[in-house]
Design a protein around this ligand. Sequence first.
Ligand code: DGJ
Length: 718
Amino acid sequence: MIYFDKKTKTFYLESKNLTYSFCVNRYGFLQHLYFGKRIDREDLTSGVCLVDRGHASNIAGAFRYNSLNEYKNECPTYGRSDYRESMLAFNFDGVRVGDLVFDSFDVLDKKPSLVGIPSVKGGETLVVKMKDGMHDVAVLLYYTVFEDLPVILRHTEILNESDKPFVLDRAYSFCVDLPSKKWEVITLPGAHLRERFIERNKLSHGIFSIDSKRGVSSGQMNPFMALVRKNTDESQGEAYGFNLVYSGDFIFKAQIEENDNVRILGGVNDYDFSWELKPSERFTSPETVMVYSDKGLGEMSRAFHDLYRKYLINERFVSKSRPIVINNWEATYFDFNTKKLCKIVDSVKNTGIDTFVLDDGWFGVRNHDKSGLGDWFVNEEKVNLREIIDYTHKNGLKFGLWFEPEMVNEQSELYKAHPDWAIKVEGLTPCTGRDQLVLDLTRKEVRDYIVESVSKILREYPIDYVKWDMNRSLTENYSKWLGVNGKETHHRYVLGLYDICERIVNGFPNIFFEGCASGGCRFDPAMLYYFPQIWTSDDSDAYMRTIIQYGTSMCYPLSSQSCHVSVCPNHQCGRNTPFSSRGDIASLGATGYELDTTKLSEEDLMAIKSQVDKYRLNERLILDGDLYRLNNPLEENLFAVMVVSKDKRVAKLTAMRPISIPNGVETRIYAQGLDENAHYYIKELDLTLSGRNLINFGLLVKFTNNDFATIDYTFEKR
Ligand code: DGJ
């Protein structure tokens, strides 16, 4: 609900359990008042603390005690007495000072979609118009509220209403000033093969910042940040989560200044960015999702999960039973032919696996990763695509195919014909990554080629599933075609990416698309808008996956995490883990298999069958359930999570005890999320206990006597 108090000129934005409030002050600035647990709609201006600080500068024409540096500000700009980080930075022909004041506001019933950028669907939305009268610039601040979720969405539009162009040097999506509460910050840093390892740091004076300059949201740092109190853990304390719906260069900052308050802001990274706005053009920032929880990180995560499942991810697929794939990548790499692939299909016929995915290597001349990208036509000498698809379908499985649409190898037909279609600087040898270059998606003819060549395959062959991969970060942030506006390259690349996703994904509405960027190197909400699930990491080792999947669940639902059982010794880290453990951990997402099933014993194939059967029984929990993280494997020798159905009727507990310790201490796991007043039957233990006891008394868990042992228990209300 959005409410405006005319007398105090205060906006009250109320989502489930939260209030967000700001007012228009006497100088026309938007003064932030409150963001937190739901409070009463009273006059909050009594909480505004202004002091006459030495070395301050006041608002032009105002009396002392009126420095913008003291205000909590909804939309700070540079140069007018707010010395903290600004949300926007203009360049009007060399003058970098903007002066935005309140102009008007509107409340819309439905949130308009963002032009060219994926966003979350929303209802009631406040649009506040700020104006710089001297330069005829308008800034629209959007705020969307949700009755059913503790979430506020924010984004910004900048409009040139003048008859002269100007340049935006910074155009962040949001800014929130929160009072001093000795904040700590949680982020999701990582790397290829070890994405989203949770990190927690104390904030101190200065600027704490996370970003990507790689052209992709990146596995090195996810566009997610949470501000928490010292006492906050999974089930208690305040947590503010921020997640950017964007797949390119991003930045989040948390700044503590002289007044000890914290300013959080972010959006498209302005490190090597600028954007020219010609008369009547507008710039749309990506959307920030802001979640508030007063019951810890668990509740914050569940709000993100619910939001993305209800309002972001493609409704055609989000809560539908997922394909259980056998993917040939780790089974064959590039070394396959039609016969070998058919044998893989044969081997899984009776296991319940229902989709065969042919990975990299079927097109162009691609027998290794140095050539072929860009040539989206079948390598007939290597594989008979029609035959393998027919064979797969005849055996009752669906068929999936791999693409990497955004890339080109120098050794390819495409590069020979269009060397200028790759992002590079003329005269400089371009940096390669995995021996490939990135196509210049800022150019329409390049995007058209990609859409047409990929669509041709999808039109000509009966394909049910696509894996959309992307295996390098961008370099040489420059596009010849943009000339002096080279600083627009990365953002325009991302807009180009959304354009081709829109055309390919929506062009084939019955095909299920999975996202991938060397595993989880572009795992963000904007990608989830197109791809209901993303290959979470190229690291498929069960133990590493407990850490990666635990971190990924901070804001992304289990159903969005694609998880496979692979062979041992594991190809990425050489570790041996039991087959059952690999199955249990891979069952905590959109599950699948990625190993040479032709080499498995009958016993292992039977094990796959029972894993798949169990997965299907519990699949609704993965698709719609509430996740409770119980034990963090980065902090203790235990990983445990619980997924509980919304009606609390069924639940599942999955845990791994990584290292077996002789004469070790007992492992007691304390459940969460169950109905305290009900009794639950735990099938695997043939045991019934009350929800209250499972939560407070706990469950004594006995692991088998080996490393990386797991348990996977199913709970049913009695
Ligand atoms: C990286 C992906 O993450 C892998 O699963 C596989 O598809 C390879 N690329 C193929 O090149």
